[in-house]
Design a protein around this ligand. Structure first.
Ligand code: CTP
Length: 393
């Protein structure tokens, strides 16, 4: 299953280190080439000889035992397809999150340009520690995959969250990452997400319930497949790819049009407000004696339609979304023609179990040639992969 793949396993000094012997066997049974590096403390829990025998490779520990000309941390980092750090102690996690390279393992991780899977294991108090959680968040924001520890009996005698996750979880995630083909590498994909915010005065605005989750899932999936991703977002997110924060439809239009000429694909997943206040007060509007007031609204630009009209290259793919609460397919068919996009992803926002704010969605993909494909209800992360598959095959 993993033949030809080079897996670099980093073991740090926690009691769960002994479990990694079995993980090495699982990877070897799947025909992977496995190399192991340990922090010096890991050797308190497992021997170098065991790891060498199981991996059938030298085990790296010290940074300065140079065996060939190329510095070891660079050669390990160059040849591996993926790095798996398990168990990852609180100490190593904090070093990784802060770029500290004081041993071979942390130096390799710092130089590593491909994906790193990190499986923490520690006492539950350490896991809940604010600084550790901040460091975990930092690593996630940088695109590292964290396999959360499980709850149960801990080696320190307490019950709580901190046990290394199941070896199968680490194995399956590694296979998933290695099998994700980088078929979008070299493609620039611009994705918008979230509901636009249209100000009324200095403290009030008109917006909608869009959470941005579908657009973020698409951006994550495209990034995982090697695309150069730009997410133009009304929601705050920290990601390993470029995120441009915008507020209103006008700001979003400027941002997305600024990227249009160099984009291979633009996906308008944002819920753009159709109207904005005609006049925005630069102070807080006071309550009046009247029981009713009127806010005059003017139409926002139709960003998607504008992009389709302005495209100069036939190879640029433009994708729209379509939120409907009735007559989904009929309205979507009209919308794809009216907007002029290549694909339209239609979803029924009247359903409470999918769509806005939910982690799930159920969509129908329409293409400009009249093709219609229904995707069953699934996590937005899965729907995102299916949409990219439909666009790029
Ligand atoms: N869209 C856009 N600019 C707007 C409104 C919508 O670019 N001013 C985009 C959305 O990002 C989405 C698609 O157009 O990709 C369809 O959005 P939707 O709200 O379903 O359609 P509308 O054109 O706004 O029409 P209506 O609200 O009447 O259904």
């Amino acid at each position: 299953m993993l033949s030809g793949k080079n897996i670099l396993i980093g073991i740090t000094g926690g009691i769960a280190a002994y479990k990694i012997c079995e993980l090495i066997r699982m990877f070897k049974r799947a025909n992977a080439n496995v190399r192991v590096i340990c922090t010096p403390n890991a050797l308190n829990f497992v021997t170098k000889l065991t790891l060498q025998n199981l991996s059938q490779n030298d085990v790296g520990i010290e940074e300065f035992e140079l065996k060939e000309f190329k510095p070891e941390h660079i050669s390990y980092a160059d040849e591996a397809d993926i790095m798996v750090i398990a168990p990852a102690t609180a100490n190593t996690i904090s070093k990784l999150a802060n770029g500290i390279c004081d041993n071979l393992l942390t130096s390799i991780a710092c130089a590593f340009r491909k994906q790193i899977i990190i499986a923490p294991a520690m006492n539950f108090g350490m896991w809940e520690n604010k600084f550790i959680q901040e460091n975990i968040q930092k690593l996630q924001n940088a695109g590292r995959i964290i396999l959360e520890p499980e709850s149960g009996y801990l080696a320190c005698g307490y019950e709580g969250k901190g046990r290394l996750c199941k070896l199968e979880t680490i194995f399956d995630k590694t296979v998933e990452v290695l099998k994700t083909e980088k078929n979008l590498s070299g493609k620039k994909i611009v994705i918008t997400c979230g509901g636009t915010i249209e100000e009324i005065d200095s403290v009030r605005y008109i917006s909608n319930y869009s959470s941005g989750k579908m657009g973020i899932a698409l951006a994550d999936a495209a990034y995982a497949q090697g695309a150069d991703v730009i997410l133009i977002s009304t929601v705050n997110v920290i990601k390993p790819y470029r995120v441009e924060k915008v507020k209103s439809a006008n700001e979003m239009q400027i941002a997305v049009e600024g990227e249009q000429n160099s984009a291979d694909c633009i996906i308008m997943a944002a819920a753009v407000a159709d109207y904005r206040a005609k006049n925005i007060a630069n102070h807080k509007l006071k309550k009046t004696k009247e029981d009713e007031i009127t806010i005059e609204l003017v139409k926002n630009p139709d960003i998607l339609k504008g992009l389709c009209e302005k495209r100069t290259s036939n190879s640029q793919i433009i994708v729209g979304f379509c939120a409907e609460s009735e007559d989904l397919i009929k309205n979507a068919k009209e919308k794809i023609l009216n907007k002029g996009c290549d694909y339209l992803i239609a979803n029924d926002i009247s359903r409470k179990d999918i769509g806005f704010s939910s982690d799930f969605n159920e969509v129908t993909i329409l293409d400009r040639n009249g093709g219609i494909k229904q995707l069953p209800r699934a996590a937005k992360t899965e729907i995102a992969k299916e949409i990219l598959k439909e666009i790029y095959g």
